[in-house]
Design a protein around this ligand. Structure first.
Ligand code: GLN
Length: 446
């Protein structure tokens, strides 16, 4: 009730929620309480959370931030949703997001932009901007998000939260609406690593419904929080501290790294020579996959349909023209172009080859270090509207986060010292399935 009251009072201004499921939440809280009284409380019994509106929720609208799915009521729950519910968590509603998770500022949403609770004239980051604003404003205790190129970590950084993108395959993508399937991974935004641990525990692990789900044992993340970090080898990539990084953000990150040194970590410079190619590679691979994933929105099976179609082609054209926003259309056009005969070899194939080189850089780095550290985002939260007309400036927000998705590595953002009253994120990248070390390191700093 406390959280629902806060949502009622604060969300009309923040716009963090697309749908609030107040009645269902109170009923779920009653059920959690009954479980507690019966001695059958789940590990997250009664914890109020919110889901990014990209996760299918049975009987509740799942819009993906798009007009295309404004009328879509999911007939089933995503695995992430189902597992959190089984653990006893209570869903308060569905959070706002960039349309189909395409964006870094939450300004491409059909439901309007989200405001950053730290400064309501600024963006919360994206695409999980609603989840980040909701947790930061204490409208829920934690929230789910998805990260294809930075969409959990960048909004976590800009809103002063801890956000974890797990290893690709660690968390099931079943029921998570696809943007770029080889990059998408679900995860958690919360106030601290200690809060993330039990939520990750609930959602991690093999799922036969997702063919890319990894059948790897799940460790006890809460126990792992206590792992000592003395002697931990941390690499600082030269490429993550160059031009484009705000000097005040750099100073905040350097102070956080000094703190890691004081805690006993051994910090050394490393090279990730292909990392400057991450953004161009991502903006070939992600649009290619999205153009294929978004082909299903044809006005026939579900979602938006134009009125009074004059034949099949008119149905397709008008449905898609009306249903998708400008950024989704831009990506579909880029994606179909780079996949088309004659251009496939020059763009898509080339991008896949460079993606391999980027992964190889990390493989070599992890022979020398245990974690890689740097800034999550080159700047603090920028003003609403500042980058809406400049897609390239918007894409550069993810310059430090995208490589982890291309390589499938786990990565986390946690708060460093604020700059000018605005949050800054310290970014940590780990080796495959080493979420434990990311959480333990963040926990030591918190
Ligand atoms: N900002 C990036 C994009 O627009 C990443 C989004 C994401 O991680 N979903 O594609």
């Amino acid at each position: 009730q406390l959280y629902l009251q806060r949502i009622e009072r604060l969300d009309p201004d923040l716009n963090a929620f697309i749908t609030v499921t107040a009645e269902e939440a109170l009923a779920a809280a009653e059920r959690a309480d009954a479980r507690r009284r019966a001695g059958d409380a789940g590990p997250l019994n009664g914890i109020p959370i919110a889901h990014k509106d990209i996760f299918c929720t049975r009987g509740v609208r799942t819009s993906c931030g798009s007009r295309m799915l404004d009328n879509f009521i999911a007939p089933y729950d995503a695995t992430v949703v189902e597992r959190l519910e089984q653990a006893g968590a209570v869903m308060l509603g569905k959070t706002n997001m960039d349309e189909f998770a395409m964006g870094s500022s939450n300004e491409t949403s059909w439901y309007g932009p989200v405001r950053n609770p730290w400064d309501r004239t600024r963006v919360p980051g994206g695409s999980s901007g609603g989840s980040a604003a909701a947790v930061a404003a204490r409208l829920c205790a934690a929230a789910t998000g998805t990260d294809t190129g930075g969409s959990i970590r960048q909004p976590a950084a800009l809103c002063g939260l801890t956000g974890l993108k797990p290893t690709y395959g660690r968390v099931s993508r079943w029921g998570m609406i696809a943007f770029a399937s080889s990059l998408d991974q679900g995860g958690i935004l919360a106030r601290s690593a200690a809060d993330i641990a039990p939520l990750l525990q609930a959602i991690a692990g093999f799922d036969p419904q997702d063919s890319t789900s990894a059948d790897v044992p799940v460790p006890d993340y809460t126990t792992a929080l206590g792992t000592n970090i003395a002697g931990l080898r941390i690499g600082l990539p030269e490429e993550y501290f160059g031009a484009g990084l705000d000097p005040a953000v750099a100073a905040s990150i350097e102070a956080a790294i000094d703190e890691l040194r004081r805690l006993g970590a051994e910090v050394k410079p490393i090279r990730l020579p292909n990392s400057p190619l991450s953004v161009p590679v991502y903006y070939v691979v992600a649009p290619a996959e999205c153009s294929s994933n978004l082909a299903r929105y044809d006005g026939v099976r579900f979602g938006h349909r134009c009125s009074d179609p004059q034949g099949l082609e008119d149905l397709y054209k008008r449905t898609r023209a009306e249903g998708f926003g400008a950024e989704a259309k831009r990506r579909i056009m880029v994606g179909t172009y780079v996949l088309s005969a004659g251009y496939y070899d020059a763009y898509y194939l080339k991008a896949q080859q460079i993606r391999h080189l980027i992964s190889d850089d990390f493989r070599r780095a992890f022979e020398e270090v245990d974690l890689i550290a740097g800034p999550t985002s080159p700047t603090t939260a920028f003003p609403l509207g500042a980058k809406v007309d400049d897609p390239v400036a918007m894409y550069l927000n993810d310059i430090y986060t995208i490589a982890a998705n291309l390589a499938g590595l786990p990565a986390l953002s946690l708060p460093a010292a604020p700059v000018g009253g605005l949050p800054v994120g310290l970014h940590l990248i780990g080796n495959y399935f080493d979420e434990t070390r990311l959480l333990a390191t963040a926990h030591r700093l918190q």
